[in-house]
Ligand binder design. Sequence first.
Ligand code: NAD
Ligand code: MG
Length: 398
Amino acid sequence: MDTAIHNEPDIDVPRSVTVLGATGSIGKSTLDVLVRHRDRFTVETLTAHRNVDLLAAQARELGADHAVIADSRLYEPLKRALAGTKTTVSAGVDALAEVGHRPADIVVAGIVGAAGLKPVLNAVARGAIVAFANKECLVSAGDLMVRKVQEAGATLLPVDSEHSAIFQVFDFARADKISRIVLTASGGPFRTRERQALAGITPAEAVAHPNWDMGAKISVDSATMMNKGLELIEAFHLFPVEESQIDILVHPESVIHSMVDYVDGSVLAQLGAPDMRTPIAYALAWPGRIETAAPRLALEEVGKLTFEPADPERFPALRLAREALCQGGDAPTVLNAANEVAVHWFLEKNLGFLEITDVVEQVLERMERRSLNDLDDVFASDAEARRLAEEIASNSVG
Ligand code: NAD
Ligand code: MG
């Protein structure tokens, strides 16, 4: 991405914000930042999948103009819950996609999975600022999404903590002076376990992340390290570097959120307590800064920072994601879709922990690579990969 697509907004006037996925972990952290800065931000639209009660409470508290529930069966309950307020209501996947067309200055992309793609692309198409957490969209639609951002003059600001860190220390005007970027990884809850010891892991163990409090899907992705694989692909699209210039380093304390290594030997990093309100606030206020309630980093309490290499043998998701990025075409789309299905089967339907990446690998092997010329190609590869992943997962569970 070049500097031309980071168009600096006027941050002295109040700006309107839409939060896609308001009821999730990113959504709640975003609202925590917004309520502290009611003078700077108004709320345009809030969306959720099924949590009517929380969505309605949020819309009331922030005086949202509009609220959308993606599950169309929940229109009436949401309408009732917001009766007597100024908040208008809509429901269903088309209504969710339409949110992107509404006139918010900033759209926070906080939905989990490729389900967030349509509203994000609609926001991009009208040149909005997108504060971007929903990494699956960028993994799935990749170059096509970046091209749409550039064509529309939209601005994509990373929220993922690693990419926010890199964005804060990346000299876009001198990208040729950057030798590599280093994504740090906590290593997840099973960092020190042998691979065989991972076979019987339960969903409850997998979602208990040591440093971050996140939604179930990304927590499982952190445990398999697919999260870092997806972030590798995300970084490739967000920053003007080659695949070979993106390294992954395990850093269990999650204090250094990522680093940029310059040709003269300087390494610039961004540090902070592991709290998503910091990168969310950075994206909302960019190019300014605003206060948050995130804990302050006290390095004297942390004591020491440790680092170790990432291990693609024990965590094959790292290898699969890098291979998918190198292969190109629809490989990242397929990787992401198969992973979404496999994680769902792990969380809901007894698929084994080690089978998650097995399913992804088999889907990648069995599907012939296609090139992605437009979004219909993305949706077709995504659908085919989901169908095949369902089939393989159901056979694995027996
Ligand atoms: P979450 O599960 O806590 O929340 C997901 C949100 O999306 C909820 O509001 C839910 O209602 C909505 N949603 C889910 N499925 C939907 C569907 N099919 N249609 C419409 N809405 C739907 O997830 P999260 O942890 O907040 O993660 C959101 C995104 O941010 C993910 O892409 C994740 O990888 C990324 N991210 C999260 C964190 C974190 O700390 N939680 C950090 C970095 C990146
Ligand atoms: Mg991250």
